[in-house]
Design a protein around this ligand. Structure first.
Ligand code: FES
Length: 168
């Protein structure tokens, strides 16, 4: 075993084999690592920042060096390395957002904004609950169905009245 990579802020530990790229090790152990090009050293989406243990990272190969030099994001961070290319020789701590246990979302999908989808689901569930509660309240008026004669509307009285707009 070449080394362990601790990924912050998630606090995940990934065991990396000899001559194995960090991202490949993460995927092998069931983690999602952000990527678009799937290890081609093109997208630089996989980059991480070295927090500790830089001496345990193998120097970048020309392919990685070229990609790092061409990306404005990685140019701005001298501690950046590409997870799809970087090999380790000992314990290293890195910072990379978006690394998490794989959940079935296909690779290459942009990371969802945290809480965006749960918010939408929560709103939808809240709307459904509100509709159900309204329908179950005593005296709730069933919704009118367009195109149906008045005496065939849900809740219609035998004399054809719906109970709406009646003067006592
Ligand atoms: S996965 Fe695209 S550059 Fe590493």
């Amino acid at each position: 075993m070449a080394g362990t990579v601790r990924v912050l802020p998630a606090g995940l530990d990934i065991e990396v084999a000899d001559d194995e790229p960090v991202m490949h090790a993460a995927e092998r152990q069931g983690y999602h690592w952000p990527t678009v090009c799937h290890g081609q050293a093109v997208c630089t989406t996989c980059f991480f920042e070295v927090v500790d243990g830089a001496e345990h990272l193998a120097p970048p190969e020309p392919l990685e060096r070229r990609a790092l030099a061409q990306s404005p994001v990685t140019q701005a961070s001298p501690a950046a390395r590409l997870a799809c290319q970087a090999r380790v020789t000992g314990p290293v701590t890195v910072r990379k957002r978006g690394v998490r246990p794989a959940d079935g979302q296909p690779d290459g999908q942009p990371d969802q904004q945290p809480d965006q989808q749960p918010d939408q689901q929560r709103d939808q569930q809240r709307d459904q609950q509100r509709d159900q509660q309204r329908d179950q309240q005593p005296g709730a008026q069933p919704e009118q169905q367009p195109g149906r004669p008045r005496d065939q509307q849900p809740g219609a009285q035998p004399d054809g009245r719906t109970g709406r707009g009646q003067v006592p």
